[in-house]
Design a protein around this ligand. Structure first.
Ligand code: CMC
Length: 392
């Protein structure tokens, strides 16, 4: 009974008011707290972006120093989490490990689960941002059978993450500044994206009063899907499957065929009906990384660029306003940096954690927010009499 708006996929329903991120999908514009993503990626860094998303303003020098010091003090995870990690099979997908480990943080940091105390919420936020790279690198090291590498607080956020992923106790590891800069940019580009599926999941989970670690674990689970964060992994797999430029027309035809479920991964977006501004920065970052690594001729990049060229001049893609999204070039970049495809979505989750946390905090501070409780249009059987088993 009652009238509800039926809006599958919430294409025209605003679930909240938010001050954090603004997207103009027609213009292809993305602003964090009013600042264009291109400017932040060019001039800022990820920790500054975290501060901005959480607090609404860019930090002063002193605020930045305090914030980055606080983050670096929280980078270690409870040593007992190593036992939890070892319970996973070696071939577990790192996203499965992420969902489990992040959810388990609530069992290790009880003091940060009081969501009504702003001070505890701040500590929980910092803990999440500080520990997520450590957990992501643990998932990676575990999957390749190498010892877990502890964080180094003298390094920047991105440098420390690369160190935890790629250094081994037996050798000195020098983080390349170009790769660290690329990693930092990739984190910035993924930091927030208003009410997408995983962020809405975090808000919905948080609306019941669940603790922040449980809410972020829910967000990670949602991000895993190939239509969302899993698209970077799917996009790279697709480029590898296409393999050479001459096979592109075959795949474009498949993508256009209504009877074929195949889609060009890394193309299209619910909100952007223009070039995804993140994809532009990602493309430049991709070139910088390949140059730094001396990869002059990457067949995957050739396929990607030609695919983009063909798709952008094709009637089907033009009419449906399907442009490359952030995931199109991120896979090539991350692969060149040495990450296996299974880690791609993990890196997305790492970067998006700050966005989820900022949105979760905003929701809790908003007096208008109530428990999320969508209604339904019931289409099942109307009331009927129970039938005994013998008579069915
Ligand atoms: N290749 C071919 N056709 C497509 C594609 C594509 N990648 N994306 C959408 N279409 C077609 C779709 O078949 C539909 O056609 P029709 O109107 O004839 O039925 C039309 O375009 C609209 O698509 P939709 O599925 O109704 O649009 P949506 O807003 O529900 O979905 C999307 C958005 C991102 C899930 C979708 O474009 C997609 O599946 N893209 C590939 C996966 C991908 O790259 N995802 C990453 C998104 S960006 C990062 C993130 O948010 O996590």
């Amino acid at each position: 009974t009652g009238y509800f708006t039926y809006d599958p996929g919430f294409t025209s329903t605003a679930s909240c008011e938010s001050d954090i991120t603004y997207i103009d999908g027609d213009k292809g514009e993305l602003l964090y707290r009013g600042y264009p993503i291109e400017q932040i990626a060019e001039k800022g860094n990820f920790l500054e972006t975290c501060y901005l998303l959480l607090n609404g303003e860019l930090p002063t020098k002193q605020e930045y120093d305090e914030f980055s010091y606080a983050i670096s003090r929280h980078t270690m995870v409870h040593e007992q989490m190593q036992y939890f990690l070892r319970g996973f099979r070696r071939d577990a997908h790192p996203m499965a490990i992420m969902v489990g480990m992040v959810g388990a943080l609530s069992a290790f940091y009880h003091d940060s689960t009081d969501i009504n105390d702003p001070q505890q919420r701040m500590i929980a936020s910092r803990r999440m941002i500080a520990k997520i790279p450590t957990i992501a690198s643990m998932a990676y090291k575990y999957s390749i059978g190498q010892p877990v590498v502890y964080p180094r607080n003298d390094l920047s956020y991105a440098e420390n993450f690369l160190h935890m992923c790629f250094s081994v106790p037996a050798e000195k590891y020098n983080v390349s500044p170009v790769l660290a800069d690329a990693m930092d940019k990739i984190f910035i580009l993924h930091a927030d994206h208003e009410q997408n599926a995983s962020t809405s999941t975090v808000r919905l989970a948080g609306s019941s009063g669940a603790n922040p670690f449980a809410c972020i674990a829910a967000g990670i689970a949602c991000l895993w899907g190939p239509a969302h964060g899993g698209a970077n992994e799917a996009a790279l797999n697709m480029l590898q499957e296409i393999g050479s430029v001459d096979r592109i027309p075959e795949y474009v035809a498949k993508a256009k065929d209504k009877n074929d479920p195949f889609r060009l991964m890394g193309f299209g977006h619910r909100v952007y009906k223009n070039y995804d501004p993140r994809a532009k920065v990602m493309q430049q970052t991709c070139h910088a990384v390949l140059k730094e690594l001396g990869i002059n001729d990457d067949p995957l990049l050739d396929v990607a660029m030609e695919l983009e060229r063909i798709a952008l001049s094709d009637e089907y893609f033009i009419e449906k306003k399907l442009y490359p999204n952030i995931d199109f070039y991120s896979g090539i970049t991350l692969k060149a940096m040495g990450f296996p495809t299974t880690m791609f979505t993990v890196l997305f989750a790492l970067a998006r954690t700050v966005g989820w946390i900022a949105q979760w905090n905003e929701m809790i501070e908003d007096p208008k927010q109530r428990i999320g409780r969508p209604r339904q249009l019931f289409t099942g059987a109307t009331q009927r009499e129970y039938v005994d088993t013998a008579k069915r």
